[in-house]
Design a protein around this ligand. Structure first.
Ligand code: IPM
Ligand code: MG
Length: 370
């Protein structure tokens, strides 16, 4: 097999800080001969807008399509608040998801034992928590047509978007959820608002059909999205895999992330369909945003991006042993009490972005020798 190519997109805000910290981890895997990549870098978001006047160029799209996997830090910031909607950093992110066909967004909400006390919920509710949110990423109201803002004959303005899902869109995301559940605790909870939305009625019917036809060994339950938000806070331990649409997935994954104590810890994977050769477009990114409030201060937590790289090793390159090793290194670093500010308890000393990345590399070294 030829050397896999990896496209790094540092993006905006703290992206230029957490990316070098992650790069050191990638380089550790390379220098120890555990993995080799051809790495290129590109621009996305505000960083691209500042240079090219658009948040994602055709060249970067081509680079991403050619790469075996993309590792993105984060995009956006107040600097581009006044830029027109279609040129905002967010538009670049939506376009790369769409162009690469990344319909399946995997967002694990996993509580690290060492951080359980940092959760917004009581320790006994979140200890050992391990939920996988499978969010549909290139359909629904984010992309539905018609959309726009129009002026009505009476002079009033009307903003509108379209929520829409087809059978095939529902079935392909359903399959991802059921397959994942088979490798986990065997439970899928499908989430929509079938009580008020036709797209939700169809979602529920198609999930039920798919389950009956192919996945009877997995447990399937259904839940309305509002109830799911409530249950995630009340009894999060009941969930294994949650499968839901683009918008509900956006909301519920932010909610679930806070169960874990910090957005700064959570990675995600966005995957496309495998082609006939088994090749699958994939983009990995932390769940956190560009954190403009702390950008440039060197204090951002790089662990979500480092863990996104671990997901890449696991899902794109089938390197489970390397992924396990890296996740273990992160666990040990946390267990040893090393903290960036976002995950520190009151009074606990903190380290910056670079030091946290270096601590992971040092721990990798130690684990590799033991
Ligand atoms: C996310 C983000 C994006 C989304 C924004 C930045 C467009 O919130 O990845 O969850 O809404 O999908
Ligand atoms: Mg979001």
């Amino acid at each position: 097999m030829s050397t896999p190519t990896l496209l790094l997109l540092p993006g905006d805000g703290i992206g230029s800080e957490v990316t070098p910290a992650t790069r050191k981890v990638i380089d550790w895997f390379q220098s120890t001969g555990r993995a080799t990549f051809n790495i290129t870098e590109g621009l996305i978001g505000g960083a691209s807008y500042d240079v090219h006047g658009i948040p994602l160029t055709d060249e970067t799209v081509a680079q991403a399509k050619k790469a075996d996997a993309v590792l993105l830090a984060c995009i956006g910031g107040p600097k581009w608040d006044t830029v027109s909607y279609d040129k905002r950093p967010e538009a670049g992110l939506l376009r790369i998801r769409k162009e690469l066909g990344l319909f399946a967004n995997l967002r694990p909400a996993h509580v690290f034992d060492a951080l359980a006390a940092a959760s917004a919920l009581k320790l006994e509710l979140v200890k050992g928590l391990d939920i996988m949110i499978v969010r549909e990423l290139i359909g629904g109201v984010y992309f539905g047509e018609p959309r726009g803002i129009e002026t009505l004959p009476n002079g009033e303005r009307r903003g509108f978007n379209t929520q829409s899902y087809t059978t095939s869109e529902i079935v392909r995301i359903g399959r991802v959820a059921f397959e994942l559940a088979r490798k986990r605790k065997g439970r899928v909870c499908s989430v929509e608002k079938a009580n008020v939305m036709e797209s939700g009625v169809l979602w529920r019917e198609e999930m039920t059909k798919l389950h009956a036809a192919e996945y009877k060994d997995v447990e399937l339950t259904h839940m309305y999205a509002d109830n799911c938000a409530m249950q995630l806070v009340r009894a999060p331990g009941r969930f294994d895999v949650i499968v839901t649409d683009n918008l509900f997935g956006d909301l519920l994954s932010d909610l679930a992330s806070m169960l874990t104590g910090s957005l700064g810890m959570l990675p995600s994977a966005s995957l496309g369909a495998a082609d006939s050769s088994g090749r699958q477009a994939a983009l990995y990114e932390p769940i956190h945003g560009s954190a403009p409030d702390i950008a440039g201060k060197g204090i951002a937590n790089p662990l979500a991006m480092i863990l996104s790289f671990a997901m890449m090793l696991r899902y794109s390159f089938n390197m489970a042993a390397n992924a396990d090793l890296l996740e273990k290194a992160v666990h040990s670093v946390l267990a040893s009490g090393i903290r960036t500010a976002d995950i520190a308890e009151q009074g606990q000393p903190t380290v910056g972005t670079t030091a946290m990345g270096d601590a992971v590399v040092k721990e990798l070294d130690r684990l590799a020798k033991s």
